[in-house]
Design a protein around this ligand. Structure first.
Ligand code: GLU
Length: 327
């Protein structure tokens, strides 16, 4: 069944989700990165970006927060764009580890590949692959330019967050060296780690995340700038990775409840992609025990229900608005 929806229906769903979830008080800010502990816990925003480029927002959608693990999505895409989806599958993999995102055990168990670019080990390997190999400045430019193109607006590192992460990322340092031990790192390990730490420290708004999500939903053409950012065939690849591991060890529960492929980060942001339909994002700092924003999860689950966004459902929602062509 096809359900045609319009901008107003989407906007109403965002407001309904906001009103239902705004008093939710569960969870607490991540505290293993000191900067994140001090982000105001009451911030809450939801945004959707549609294929015609319109941005619908409610709440704190202009607040810049740490992108954290959501950054693994653009860098995985960039690695697939620079190499190929096959090569990323071969060098990293696409399986959920079933273990926490920063698990050392997962690397020991699967030492033939890091499993998926959406957990720390695979993301550090992805950073090591980014071209130009051996050139930290050039690699960083590739990463930040790619995210800027996906978001359609400037993004930059939050320096205090970067310092805070760099001073405390001992577990990730162990991961980088362990990957080196298993020949699963393709550049200097500490350079790859630093790039990973820097990309996690990039500040984004919920509106920017929704635009990134919409660019993915739109097959790589940013609906706001109308510029092509990556090859259309990579959308199903990255969406499948998000579906299998986007919510850490709770990914199965999330997919069971919502059928919405999404990726969360410990900064409190979540990016959700409905291929061919829209990108959605929500942000609220307090997290559950696995590291997913409590309020943002509830809000996106509510929107998924209201708009029939479940990819496994029998109703397919489409937008009535005409879609502009590539610039
Ligand atoms: N920078 C964080 C870390 O590596 C990101 C974790 C996350 O958002 O899942 O621990």
């Amino acid at each position: 069944m096809i359900r045609k929806i319009d901008k107003k229906t989407v906007s109403d769903a965002l407001h309904t989700a906001y009103d239902r979830c705004k008093t939710e008080s569960g969870g607490k800010n991540a505290d293993y990165i000191p900067y994140l502990k001090n982000v105001p816990s009451t911030l809450f925003g939801i945004a959707a970006c549609l294929p015609d480029g319109s941005l619908l927002t409610v709440g704190d959608t202009d607040f810049r927060f740490g992108i954290e693990s959501v950054s693994k999505v653009p860098t995985a895409l960039l690695a697939m764009e620079q190499y190929s989806d096959r090569e990323v599958l071969h060098k990293i993999g696409a399986d959920a580890t079933g273990l926490p995102f920063n698990s050392i055990m997962a690397i020991l168990l699967e030492n033939d590949h890091p499993s998926t670019p959406l957990v720390n080990a695979g993301a550090i390997t992805a950073c090591s692959m980014i071209k130009p190999v051996g050139d930290s400045t050039g690699k960083w430019k590739s990463i930040i330019d790619f995210l800027t193109a996906l978001a359609g607006s400037t993004v930059e590192v939050i320096d205090d967050l970067y310092r805070s992460e760099s001073d405390t990322n001992f577990n990730n340092r162990s991961i980088a060296w362990l990957l080196k031990n298993y020949n699963r790192i393709y550049d200097d390990p500490m350079m790859a780690l630093d790039l990973y730490t820097r990309q996690c420290s990039i500040g984004v708004t919920a509106s920017q995340l929704a635009t990134v999500a919409a660019t993915i939903a739109n097959g790589g053409m940013n609906p706001r700038t109308r510029k092509r950012v990556f090859r259309a065939e990579l959308t199903p690849r990255i969406v499948s990775l998000m579906a299998t591991v986007g919510f850490y060890e709770h990914t199965g529960d999330w997919l069971f409840e919502t059928g919405l492929p999404a990726k969360s980060g410990v900064g409190g942001g979540i990016l959700g992609v409905v291929p061919g339909v829209m990108g959605v994002a929500a942000f609220a700092p307090p997290l559950d025990a696995a590291g997913n924003s409590v309020k943002a999860q509830k809000a996106l689950a509510c929107i998924a229900r209201e708009l029939d966004l479940n990819l496994f459902g029998t109703t397919r929602c489409t937008l009535a608005e005409p879609v502009p062509t590539e610039a």
